[in-house]
Design a protein around this ligand. Structure first.
Ligand code: NAD
Ligand code: UDP
Length: 328
Protein backbone atom coordinates (compact mmCIF):
# COMPACT_ATOMS: atom_id res chain seq x y z
CA UNK A 1 0.00 0.00 0.00
CA UNK A 2 1.50 3.37 -1.05
CA UNK A 3 0.95 6.56 0.92
CA UNK A 4 0.86 9.85 -1.00
CA UNK A 5 0.78 13.46 0.17
CA UNK A 6 -0.79 15.93 -2.27
CA UNK A 7 -0.21 19.60 -1.42
CA UNK A 8 -2.87 21.84 -2.95
CA UNK A 9 -5.07 18.73 -2.98
CA UNK A 10 -8.31 20.71 -2.60
CA UNK A 11 -7.65 22.69 -5.78
CA UNK A 12 -8.77 21.97 -9.32
CA UNK A 13 -5.93 19.63 -10.33
CA UNK A 14 -5.10 18.43 -6.81
CA UNK A 15 -8.63 17.11 -6.26
CA UNK A 16 -8.47 15.08 -9.50
CA UNK A 17 -5.11 13.70 -8.36
CA UNK A 18 -6.70 12.68 -5.03
CA UNK A 19 -9.38 10.78 -6.99
CA UNK A 20 -6.85 9.06 -9.24
CA UNK A 21 -4.41 8.04 -6.51
CA UNK A 22 -7.20 6.65 -4.32
CA UNK A 23 -8.50 4.73 -7.35
CA UNK A 24 -4.97 3.31 -7.82
CA UNK A 25 -5.12 2.00 -4.24
CA UNK A 26 -2.96 4.64 -2.56
CA UNK A 27 -3.71 6.18 0.80
CA UNK A 28 -3.94 9.92 0.17
CA UNK A 29 -3.27 12.87 2.44
CA UNK A 30 -4.67 16.05 0.94
CA UNK A 31 -3.03 19.16 2.43
CA UNK A 32 -4.35 22.63 1.63
CA UNK A 33 -4.86 26.06 3.16
CA UNK A 34 -7.85 26.76 0.85
CA UNK A 35 -6.45 30.10 -0.35
CA UNK A 36 -7.69 29.40 -3.90
CA UNK A 37 -9.05 25.87 -3.45
CA UNK A 38 -12.16 24.63 -1.72
CA UNK A 39 -12.88 21.64 0.55
CA UNK A 40 -16.01 21.07 -1.58
CA UNK A 41 -13.68 19.72 -4.29
CA UNK A 42 -12.86 16.72 -2.07
CA UNK A 43 -16.10 16.56 -0.07
CA UNK A 44 -17.03 13.32 -1.88
CA UNK A 45 -13.85 11.70 -0.47
CA UNK A 46 -14.52 12.48 3.19
CA UNK A 47 -15.14 9.20 4.98
CA UNK A 48 -13.11 7.18 2.46
CA UNK A 49 -10.86 5.01 4.67
CA UNK A 50 -7.75 5.89 2.64
CA UNK A 51 -8.31 9.64 2.64
CA UNK A 52 -7.24 12.40 5.04
CA UNK A 53 -7.77 16.13 4.62
CA UNK A 54 -5.40 18.39 6.56
CA UNK A 55 -5.67 22.17 6.60
CA UNK A 56 -2.14 23.57 6.58
CA UNK A 57 -0.10 26.30 4.89
CA UNK A 58 2.84 24.44 3.38
CA UNK A 59 5.12 27.47 3.56
CA UNK A 60 5.43 26.44 7.22
CA UNK A 61 7.07 23.23 8.48
CA UNK A 62 5.07 20.22 7.29
CA UNK A 63 4.55 17.50 9.84
CA UNK A 64 3.19 14.16 8.69
CA UNK A 65 3.07 11.18 10.99
CA UNK A 66 4.17 7.80 9.59
CA UNK A 67 5.74 6.86 6.28
CA UNK A 68 5.24 8.46 2.88
CA UNK A 69 6.04 7.04 -0.54
CA UNK A 70 5.20 10.07 -2.69
CA UNK A 71 4.96 13.83 -2.22
CA UNK A 72 3.17 15.71 -5.01
CA UNK A 73 3.63 19.46 -4.64
CA UNK A 74 0.68 21.21 -6.32
CA UNK A 75 0.03 24.00 -3.84
CA UNK A 76 0.16 27.41 -5.55
CA UNK A 77 -2.26 30.03 -6.81
CA UNK A 78 -2.41 29.21 -10.51
CA UNK A 79 -4.71 31.51 -12.45
CA UNK A 80 -3.39 34.95 -13.46
CA UNK A 81 -5.96 36.83 -11.35
CA UNK A 82 -5.17 34.62 -8.35
CA UNK A 83 -1.44 35.18 -8.45
CA UNK A 84 -1.91 38.89 -9.08
CA UNK A 85 -4.14 38.99 -5.99
CA UNK A 86 -1.70 36.90 -3.91
CA UNK A 87 1.77 37.81 -5.23
CA UNK A 88 3.69 37.24 -1.98
CA UNK A 89 1.85 34.00 -1.15
CA UNK A 90 2.63 32.78 -4.69
CA UNK A 91 6.34 33.50 -4.30
CA UNK A 92 6.35 31.95 -0.83
CA UNK A 93 4.62 28.72 -1.79
CA UNK A 94 6.91 28.32 -4.82
CA UNK A 95 10.03 28.96 -2.75
CA UNK A 96 9.39 28.13 0.94
CA UNK A 97 6.60 25.64 0.21
CA UNK A 98 8.73 23.74 -2.29
CA UNK A 99 11.60 23.72 0.21
CA UNK A 100 9.36 22.32 2.96
CA UNK A 101 7.83 19.70 0.64
CA UNK A 102 11.27 18.60 -0.56
CA UNK A 103 12.56 18.46 3.02
CA UNK A 104 9.62 16.22 3.92
CA UNK A 105 10.28 13.95 0.92
CA UNK A 106 13.94 13.67 1.93
CA UNK A 107 13.10 12.86 5.57
CA UNK A 108 10.58 10.17 4.52
CA UNK A 109 12.60 8.75 1.61
CA UNK A 110 9.62 9.61 -0.63
CA UNK A 111 9.60 10.35 -4.36
CA UNK A 112 8.78 14.01 -5.06
CA UNK A 113 6.87 15.48 -8.00
CA UNK A 114 6.70 19.22 -8.68
CA UNK A 115 3.82 20.86 -10.54
CA UNK A 116 5.65 23.28 -12.79
CA UNK A 117 4.18 25.16 -15.71
CA UNK A 118 4.49 26.31 -19.31
CA UNK A 119 4.88 29.78 -17.75
CA UNK A 120 8.56 28.94 -17.18
CA UNK A 121 8.88 29.58 -20.95
CA UNK A 122 7.39 33.08 -20.48
CA UNK A 123 6.45 34.80 -23.75
CA UNK A 124 8.29 32.18 -25.80
CA UNK A 125 10.62 32.87 -28.69
CA UNK A 126 10.67 29.17 -29.61
CA UNK A 127 7.55 27.47 -30.94
CA UNK A 128 6.35 24.89 -30.07
CA UNK A 129 8.11 24.83 -26.71
CA UNK A 130 10.49 21.97 -26.02
CA UNK A 131 11.85 21.20 -22.56
CA UNK A 132 15.31 22.32 -23.70
CA UNK A 133 14.08 25.92 -24.19
CA UNK A 134 15.14 28.20 -21.30
CA UNK A 135 12.37 30.72 -21.75
CA UNK A 136 11.74 34.44 -22.09
CA UNK A 137 10.47 35.64 -18.72
CA UNK A 138 10.18 39.19 -17.38
CA UNK A 139 11.25 38.73 -13.74
CA UNK A 140 9.89 42.10 -12.58
CA UNK A 141 6.59 42.04 -14.51
CA UNK A 142 3.24 41.21 -12.91
CA UNK A 143 3.45 37.55 -13.95
CA UNK A 144 7.03 37.31 -12.64
CA UNK A 145 5.79 36.31 -9.17
CA UNK A 146 4.44 33.07 -10.59
CA UNK A 147 6.94 32.39 -13.36
CA UNK A 148 10.01 32.99 -11.21
CA UNK A 149 8.56 31.07 -8.25
CA UNK A 150 8.13 28.04 -10.52
CA UNK A 151 11.59 28.47 -12.05
CA UNK A 152 13.07 28.64 -8.55
CA UNK A 153 11.02 25.57 -7.53
CA UNK A 154 12.45 23.61 -10.48
CA UNK A 155 15.99 24.63 -9.49
CA UNK A 156 15.29 23.60 -5.88
CA UNK A 157 13.96 20.19 -6.97
CA UNK A 158 17.05 19.58 -9.10
CA UNK A 159 19.32 20.64 -6.22
CA UNK A 160 17.62 18.20 -3.82
CA UNK A 161 18.02 15.51 -6.44
CA UNK A 162 21.69 16.24 -7.11
CA UNK A 163 22.86 17.00 -3.57
CA UNK A 164 20.52 14.92 -1.40
CA UNK A 165 19.70 12.10 -3.82
CA UNK A 166 15.93 12.72 -3.57
CA UNK A 167 13.99 11.06 -6.41
CA UNK A 168 12.42 14.09 -8.09
CA UNK A 169 10.12 14.54 -11.09
CA UNK A 170 9.05 17.83 -12.71
CA UNK A 171 5.93 18.19 -14.84
CA UNK A 172 5.54 21.35 -16.93
CA UNK A 173 1.78 21.63 -17.18
CA UNK A 174 0.22 23.49 -20.12
CA UNK A 175 -3.30 25.04 -19.94
CA UNK A 176 -5.60 22.39 -18.51
CA UNK A 177 -9.37 22.49 -18.13
CA UNK A 178 -12.25 20.45 -16.80
CA UNK A 179 -14.73 20.10 -13.95
CA UNK A 180 -13.87 21.80 -10.62
CA UNK A 181 -12.34 24.92 -12.17
CA UNK A 182 -13.65 27.92 -10.25
CA UNK A 183 -16.12 29.85 -12.41
CA UNK A 184 -14.60 33.11 -11.15
CA UNK A 185 -10.91 32.20 -11.46
CA UNK A 186 -10.56 34.58 -14.42
CA UNK A 187 -9.12 31.98 -16.78
CA UNK A 188 -10.38 32.11 -20.34
CA UNK A 189 -12.38 28.90 -20.31
CA UNK A 190 -14.60 29.26 -17.22
CA UNK A 191 -15.00 32.98 -17.96
CA UNK A 192 -16.11 32.41 -21.56
CA UNK A 193 -18.44 29.54 -20.64
CA UNK A 194 -20.06 31.54 -17.85
CA UNK A 195 -20.46 34.57 -20.11
CA UNK A 196 -21.89 32.49 -22.97
CA UNK A 197 -24.41 30.72 -20.72
CA UNK A 198 -25.56 33.94 -19.04
CA UNK A 199 -25.83 35.96 -22.26
CA UNK A 200 -22.98 38.34 -21.36
CA UNK A 201 -20.42 39.41 -23.98
CA UNK A 202 -17.28 37.26 -24.05
CA UNK A 203 -14.27 39.36 -22.96
CA UNK A 204 -11.43 38.64 -25.37
CA UNK A 205 -8.18 40.31 -24.30
CA UNK A 206 -6.13 42.03 -27.00
CA UNK A 207 -7.17 41.17 -30.56
CA UNK A 208 -7.50 37.51 -29.60
CA UNK A 209 -4.68 36.40 -31.90
CA UNK A 210 -2.67 34.99 -28.96
CA UNK A 211 -2.75 31.19 -28.88
CA UNK A 212 -3.12 28.52 -26.23
CA UNK A 213 -3.35 24.72 -26.38
CA UNK A 214 -5.93 23.26 -24.00
CA UNK A 215 -5.64 19.82 -22.39
CA UNK A 216 -8.52 17.98 -20.74
CA UNK A 217 -7.85 17.25 -17.07
CA UNK A 218 -8.09 13.42 -17.26
CA UNK A 219 -5.34 13.32 -19.88
CA UNK A 220 -3.10 15.54 -17.75
CA UNK A 221 -3.62 13.39 -14.64
CA UNK A 222 -2.73 10.29 -16.64
CA UNK A 223 0.49 11.94 -17.86
CA UNK A 224 1.42 12.91 -14.30
CA UNK A 225 0.76 9.38 -13.05
CA UNK A 226 3.03 7.95 -15.75
CA UNK A 227 5.76 10.50 -15.06
CA UNK A 228 5.74 9.65 -11.37
CA UNK A 229 6.31 5.94 -12.15
CA UNK A 230 9.04 6.71 -14.70
CA UNK A 231 12.75 7.36 -14.14
CA UNK A 232 12.73 10.75 -15.95
CA UNK A 233 14.28 13.37 -13.67
CA UNK A 234 14.48 16.32 -16.09
CA UNK A 235 11.26 18.31 -16.72
CA UNK A 236 8.58 16.88 -19.02
CA UNK A 237 5.88 18.89 -20.84
CA UNK A 238 2.35 17.55 -20.45
CA UNK A 239 -0.32 19.26 -22.51
CA UNK A 240 -2.44 18.93 -25.61
CA UNK A 241 -0.66 20.35 -28.70
CA UNK A 242 -3.97 21.29 -30.38
CA UNK A 243 -3.35 25.05 -30.63
CA UNK A 244 -6.10 27.66 -31.10
CA UNK A 245 -6.30 31.46 -31.04
CA UNK A 246 -8.24 32.89 -28.12
CA UNK A 247 -10.66 34.60 -30.53
CA UNK A 248 -11.45 31.28 -32.23
CA UNK A 249 -11.75 29.68 -28.81
CA UNK A 250 -14.35 32.28 -27.78
CA UNK A 251 -16.28 31.65 -31.02
CA UNK A 252 -16.10 27.89 -30.43
CA UNK A 253 -17.67 28.30 -26.99
CA UNK A 254 -20.42 30.56 -28.35
CA UNK A 255 -21.21 27.92 -30.97
CA UNK A 256 -21.05 25.02 -28.51
CA UNK A 257 -23.41 26.73 -26.07
CA UNK A 258 -25.70 27.96 -28.85
CA UNK A 259 -25.40 31.40 -27.23
CA UNK A 260 -26.47 34.83 -28.50
CA UNK A 261 -23.54 36.48 -26.69
CA UNK A 262 -21.33 38.91 -28.60
CA UNK A 263 -17.56 39.34 -28.22
CA UNK A 264 -15.96 42.46 -26.71
CA UNK A 265 -12.27 43.28 -26.85
CA UNK A 266 -10.41 44.40 -23.71
CA UNK A 267 -6.75 45.36 -23.19
CA UNK A 268 -4.23 42.52 -23.25
CA UNK A 269 -2.71 42.01 -19.77
CA UNK A 270 1.03 42.76 -19.41
CA UNK A 271 3.40 40.00 -20.55
CA UNK A 272 0.52 37.78 -21.73
CA UNK A 273 2.28 35.10 -23.83
CA UNK A 274 1.48 35.55 -27.55
CA UNK A 275 1.87 31.89 -28.44
CA UNK A 276 1.87 28.63 -26.50
CA UNK A 277 1.99 25.04 -27.70
CA UNK A 278 3.74 22.11 -26.05
CA UNK A 279 6.15 19.86 -27.91
CA UNK A 280 5.16 16.55 -26.30
CA UNK A 281 7.63 14.27 -28.04
CA UNK A 282 9.48 13.66 -24.77
CA UNK A 283 6.28 12.57 -22.99
CA UNK A 284 5.37 10.37 -25.94
CA UNK A 285 8.82 8.77 -26.28
CA UNK A 286 9.65 8.35 -22.59
CA UNK A 287 6.23 7.88 -20.97
CA UNK A 288 4.22 6.46 -23.88
CA UNK A 289 1.75 9.30 -23.25
CA UNK A 290 -0.45 11.24 -25.68
CA UNK A 291 -3.71 13.04 -24.93
CA UNK A 292 -6.82 11.02 -25.77
CA UNK A 293 -9.67 13.49 -25.27
CA UNK A 294 -10.01 16.15 -27.95
CA UNK A 295 -10.95 19.73 -27.12
CA UNK A 296 -14.56 19.47 -28.29
CA UNK A 297 -15.21 16.40 -26.19
CA UNK A 298 -13.50 17.98 -23.17
CA UNK A 299 -15.45 21.19 -23.64
CA UNK A 300 -18.79 19.45 -23.71
CA UNK A 301 -17.94 17.53 -20.50
CA UNK A 302 -16.86 20.79 -18.83
CA UNK A 303 -19.97 22.56 -20.03
CA UNK A 304 -22.16 20.13 -18.06
CA UNK A 305 -20.20 21.03 -14.94
CA UNK A 306 -20.40 24.79 -15.56
CA UNK A 307 -24.17 24.53 -16.12
CA UNK A 308 -24.56 22.74 -12.78
CA UNK A 309 -22.49 25.38 -10.93
CA UNK A 310 -24.51 28.19 -12.49
CA UNK A 311 -27.71 26.44 -11.42
CA UNK A 312 -26.33 26.11 -7.85
CA UNK A 313 -25.48 29.81 -7.91
CA UNK A 314 -29.00 30.73 -9.07
CA UNK A 315 -30.54 28.49 -6.38
CA UNK A 316 -28.36 30.11 -3.68
CA UNK A 317 -29.33 33.58 -4.86
CA UNK A 318 -33.03 32.83 -4.87
CA UNK A 319 -32.78 31.19 -1.41
CA UNK A 320 -31.09 34.31 -0.01
CA UNK A 321 -33.64 36.73 -1.51
CA UNK A 322 -35.92 38.18 1.16
CA UNK A 323 -39.47 36.86 1.01
CA UNK A 324 -42.14 39.51 0.36
CA UNK A 325 -43.28 39.21 4.01
CA UNK A 326 -39.74 39.65 5.35
CA UNK A 327 -39.01 42.66 3.14
CA UNK A 328 -42.21 44.54 3.98
P1 NAD B 1 -5.90 25.78 -7.79
O1 NAD B 1 -5.79 27.19 -7.33
O2 NAD B 1 -7.24 25.22 -8.07
O3 NAD B 1 -5.17 24.81 -6.77
C1 NAD B 1 -4.07 25.19 -5.99
C2 NAD B 1 -4.32 24.73 -4.57
O4 NAD B 1 -3.17 25.05 -3.76
C3 NAD B 1 -5.53 25.42 -3.92
O5 NAD B 1 -6.37 24.46 -3.36
C4 NAD B 1 -4.90 26.32 -2.88
O6 NAD B 1 -5.77 26.57 -1.80
C5 NAD B 1 -3.65 25.55 -2.51
N1 NAD B 1 -2.59 26.34 -1.91
C6 NAD B 1 -2.03 27.49 -2.38
N2 NAD B 1 -1.09 27.94 -1.54
C7 NAD B 1 -1.03 27.05 -0.51
C8 NAD B 1 -0.25 26.95 0.66
N3 NAD B 1 0.68 27.89 0.97
N4 NAD B 1 -0.42 25.90 1.48
C9 NAD B 1 -1.36 24.95 1.19
N5 NAD B 1 -2.13 24.99 0.09
C10 NAD B 1 -1.97 26.03 -0.75
O7 NAD B 1 -4.95 25.66 -9.09
P2 NAD B 1 -4.75 24.44 -10.08
O8 NAD B 1 -5.14 24.89 -11.42
O9 NAD B 1 -5.33 23.20 -9.54
O10 NAD B 1 -3.16 24.32 -10.08
C11 NAD B 1 -2.50 23.36 -9.27
C12 NAD B 1 -1.01 23.37 -9.56
O11 NAD B 1 -0.77 23.09 -10.94
C13 NAD B 1 -0.34 24.71 -9.26
O12 NAD B 1 0.92 24.47 -8.69
C14 NAD B 1 -0.20 25.34 -10.63
O13 NAD B 1 0.90 26.20 -10.69
C15 NAD B 1 0.00 24.12 -11.52
N6 NAD B 1 -0.42 24.38 -12.91
C16 NAD B 1 -1.76 24.40 -13.24
C17 NAD B 1 -2.12 24.67 -14.57
C18 NAD B 1 -3.57 24.64 -15.00
O14 NAD B 1 -3.83 24.79 -16.21
N7 NAD B 1 -4.53 24.43 -14.15
C19 NAD B 1 -1.14 24.94 -15.53
C20 NAD B 1 0.19 24.95 -15.13
C21 NAD B 1 0.56 24.64 -13.83
N1 UDP C 1 -8.25 35.75 -21.80
C1 UDP C 1 -9.21 36.48 -22.45
N2 UDP C 1 -10.36 36.80 -21.78
C2 UDP C 1 -10.60 36.43 -20.50
C3 UDP C 1 -9.62 35.67 -19.84
C4 UDP C 1 -8.45 35.34 -20.51
O1 UDP C 1 -9.05 36.84 -23.63
O2 UDP C 1 -11.66 36.77 -19.96
C5 UDP C 1 -7.00 35.42 -22.53
C6 UDP C 1 -5.72 35.74 -21.76
O3 UDP C 1 -5.34 37.08 -22.01
C7 UDP C 1 -4.76 34.74 -22.37
C8 UDP C 1 -5.64 33.54 -22.70
O4 UDP C 1 -6.99 34.02 -22.71
O5 UDP C 1 -4.21 35.25 -23.57
C9 UDP C 1 -5.56 32.41 -21.68
O6 UDP C 1 -5.73 32.99 -20.41
P1 UDP C 1 -5.84 32.12 -19.08
O7 UDP C 1 -5.99 33.09 -17.95
O8 UDP C 1 -6.89 31.10 -19.27
O9 UDP C 1 -4.47 31.34 -18.99
P2 UDP C 1 -2.93 31.77 -19.20
O10 UDP C 1 -2.80 33.19 -19.63
O11 UDP C 1 -2.32 31.49 -17.88
O12 UDP C 1 -2.50 30.85 -20.25
Amino acid sequence: MSRTLITGGAGFLGSHLCDRFLAEGHDVICMDNFITGNPDNVAHLIGHPGFDLIEHDVTNFIYVEGGLDYVLHFASPASPIDYLKYPIQTLKVGALGTHKALGLAKAKGARFLLASTSEVYGDPLEHPQRETYWGNVNPVGLRGVYDEAKRFAEAMAMAYHRYHGVETRIVRIFNTFGPRMRLDDGRALPTFMTQALTGEPLTVFGDGSQTRSFCYVNDLIDGIFRLLQSDVVEPVNIGNPDEITILDFAKEIIELTDSDSSITFEPLPADDPKIRQPDISKATDELGWTPKIDRREGLSRTLDYVRERLQDRADDESASEPTPAASS
